[in-house]
Design a protein around this ligand. Structure first.
Ligand code: IMP
Ligand code: MG
Length: 191
């Protein structure tokens, strides 16, 4: 079966959790909160690519305080199911974080390992106040070394595998304009 047909099947069996309009409303709310907190600050908005890219790019035009934008490529080493807790920073931010307040943005807070590691990285680089923002927060037990809470959250969700708006299905479907729960039969991420 070709990839287009396969992806269409995955999407047709998936359940829509949040539409593009729902997400726009959540981003409006997150931006309003940030516009208060950072009114007199000048943070670096640090996107964790690839997942943080879509939420960040849509959040930015809603923000009204002085800010710069950077990104960091951080990913979990190897296979999540094996319980690997190591994070690889394959691309560091392009500008120094020294003395800068930082808002780290990712798509989702799951076990919390990625955000905890990026937060620690920023701290080691001499950043000032470090905040975290996620579009989705999974209500679940975090890893022992995971970040417990993000400072800015779009939606709280159950512990489900979701795709869309930056979240990928085996590398695909980050471009879906909404958040979808993948059907059980498609959970092996086989394409
Ligand atoms: P954590 O380190 O367990 O918090 O994992 C966070 C990362 O895992 C996110 O940046 C996502 O890339 C990925 N992830 C976690 N849950 C999901 C999901 O439901 N769908 C897609 N990717 C996910
Ligand atoms: Mg990610």
């Amino acid at each position: 079966m070709n990839i287009k047909t396969r992806l269409e099947e995955v999407v047709s069996r998936a359940t829509c959790l949040f539409t593009g309009d729902d997400i726009n409303n959540a981003l409006d709310r997150m931006a309003a909160e940030m516009n208060q907190v950072f009114k007199f600050k000048n943070p670096v908005m640090l996107s964790i690519v690839l997942g943080g890219m879509v939420p960040m790019d849509n959040l930015l035009p809603r923000l009204t305080f002085p800010l710069t934008v950077d990104y960091i490529h951080a990913s979990r080493y190897g296979d999540k199911t094996s319980g690997s807790n190591d994070i690889k920073i394959s691309v560091p931010p392009s500008k120094s974080l020294k003395g800068r307040d930082v808002v780290i943005m990712d798509d989702i807070l799951d076990e919390g390992i990625t955000l905890a590691a990026v937060k620690e990285y920023c701290r080691q680089q001499g950043a000032g106040d470090i905040y975290s923002a996620v579009l989705l927060n999974k209500r679940k037990k975090r890893a022992s070394n995971g970040l417990l809470h993000a400072d800015f959250v779009g939606f709280d969700i159950d512990d489900l595998f979701v795709i869309g708006y930056g979240l990928d299905y085996n590398g695909y479907l980050r471009n879906l304009n909404g958040i979808y729960v993948v059907a059980k039969e498609d959970m092996d991420l086989h394409l």
